[in-house]
Design a protein around this ligand. Structure first.
Ligand code: PLP
Length: 473
């Protein structure tokens, strides 16, 4: 009699020790560690007991190993972003440059002079790391950096307008991705929101009438994810700066994406640069690190030295600051901007955004037969022209010509709209179950895979070999 049976255990459920002694358990213990395996084996055995089923030691060990393998998969998994949105917030926005990845890895691996002045041998300031590069690239007097642009706006408002009025146009009270709503951020920053103008038109006089002794800041917000067209008017940064300076009130401009360079030179639509906004007279400009700039998540504040100094003295700064890895990645990213000629080659965001549609179309034609073979006769696959957008509130309403694969249900299922829709949803789900999940978009009866962001063509084809249209669970 085994110990288990002696303790009144059931003959058809092996003991944990028996399972741990089996061959599959030895392999699994080497991979996942003994302690984790014991827990998984216990869970497996108690489930078998609960369901009243028989299980032998080998099967229990294999099931426990499978359980561990499933939880061992990283939750942050690489995916193919074939959505046609280059900076996809849900897919982690910018892919950073190799130089930035190397710099971050090196910083994580070793002690670094983060807040240490190597020349003087004493305490330094982590803001010194990016200050010079940001001043050079934006023309601003001073610069600092926090966790993201939402944090930059929060700390700027809290510094300039806590307990005071923050004046903003009704046409610029934006919401970005649900959780960032300008009126709420303003309230949290302790500022009293003073709305001026109307949704479609705001004039200089509207601001002028609102400015008074309680005004802490005038805020201008770049319309990142929408456009007001038709009978519309807004006040330029230049004109607004003239007014605010006359009254001695700072002008804060939330640029959102913001770009450090003129994108029209790369054949992209106009987006105001940070330098232009600073030159137009904004006293403090905020923008993101992981949008058009193409770096890791961060929020920059650049502008007047006295205002940046006040931001840096705000106790919130300590709560919103960056760690050494991201600072290192940002430093390496900003450095790439010193050589604009090679920027499109080195900065993935710009490289992907400027990829010629003809090159993408050629790839679509090459891949179509292989994809057709994988998805089978239930679908037709054809190379198609499509349009990509930049995303994350950069260049709103603008798109660039691209190409991809349009996959449509074929045969009987295609006949009904519902059947076709279900088939497409099933295919989209199967693509998401691939070892490297493939994310496309469903658009007018087709699953469209925009290939703008696909650079690893052979890896993509190899990954597709695992396509299984029937869900296993
Ligand atoms: C994107 C955006 C933000 C938020 O920036 P995060 O870096 O995502 O925090 C704020 N304001 C505007 C205008 C934006 O476009």
């Amino acid at each position: 009699m085994t110990q288990n049976e002696a303790r009144g255990g059931r003959r058809d459920i092996p003991s944990v020790d028996r399972v741990m002694g089996s061959e599959p358990a030895r392999e699994a213990a080497a991979r996942f560690g003994r302690a984790a395996l014991v827990n998984a084996v216990r869970a497996e055995l108690s489930e078998a007991r609960r369901r009243g089923v028989t299980i032998d030691a080998e099967r229990a060990a294999a099931a426990a190993a499978a359980r561990l393998a499933a939880v061992d998969l990283p939750r942050i998994r690489p995916v193919y972003n074939l959505t046609g949105t280059v900076l996809h917030t849900n897919l982690g926005r910018a892919i950073v440059a190799d130089a930035a990845i190397e710099a971050a890895a090196a910083a994580m691996r070793s002690p670094v002079a983060l807040e240490y002045d190597l020349a003087a041998g004493g305490r330094g300031d982590r803001d010194d790391i990016l200050r010079d590069a940001l001043r050079e690239l934006t023309g601003a007097e001073d610069a600092t950096v926090v966790n993201n642009n939402a944090a930059a706006v929060l700390i700027a408002l809290n510094t300039l307008a806590r307990g005071r009025d923050a004046i903003v146009s009704r046409g610029e009270l934006i919401e970005i991705g649900g959780s960032f709503r300008m009126p709420e951020i303003m309230r949290r920053a302790g500022a009293r929101l003073i709305e001026v103008g109307t949704t479609n038109r705001t004039h200089l006089k509207d601001y002028a009438d609102a400015i008074g002794p309680k005004t802490g800041v005038v805020l201008k917000v770049h319309p990142s994810n929408y456009r007001i067209e038709g009978f519309a008017a807004e006040v330029s940064t230049h004109a607004l700066a003239a007014l605010t300076h006359e009254h001695g009130v700072p002008l804060l401009h939330d640029l959102g994406s913001g770009t450090l360079i003129d994108l029209t030179g790369f054949g992209l639509p106009v987006e105001p640069t940070v330098a232009q906004t600073v030159a137009a007279g904004a006293d403090l400009v905020t923008f993101s690190g992981d949008k058009l700039l193409g770096g890791p998540q961060a929020g920059f504040l650049v502008g007047r030295a006295d205002l940046v100094a006040r931001v840096n003295k705000n106790p919130l700064k300590r709560a919103l600051r960056l760690d050494k890895a991201r600072l290192a990645a940002l430093e390496a990213t900003l450095k790439l901007y010193r050589d604009p000629d090679r920027l499109a080659e080195r900065l993935p965001t710009l490289r992907l955004m400027t990829r010629p549609a003809s090159e993408i179309a050629a790839m679509a034609r090459r891949l179509a037969p292989a994809v057709q073979e994988r998805v089978g006769t239930g679908f037709t696959v054809e190379a198609t022209a499509c349009r990509s957008e930049i995303g994350s509130g950069a260049l709103p309403g603008e798109s660039v010509p691209s190409a991809g694969l349009a996959i449509r249900p074929a045969g009987r299922r295609a006949a009904s709209r519902r059947g076709g829709g279900a088939a497409l949803a099933q295919l989209a789900a199967a693509l998401r179950r691939l070892p490297v999940p493939v994310i496309g978009r469903i658009e007018s009866g087709a699953l469209v895979l925009d290939l703008r962001c696909l650079e690893d063509e052979s890896g993509f084809a190899a990954n597709l070999a695992a396509l299984d249209l029937v869900a296993s669970d």
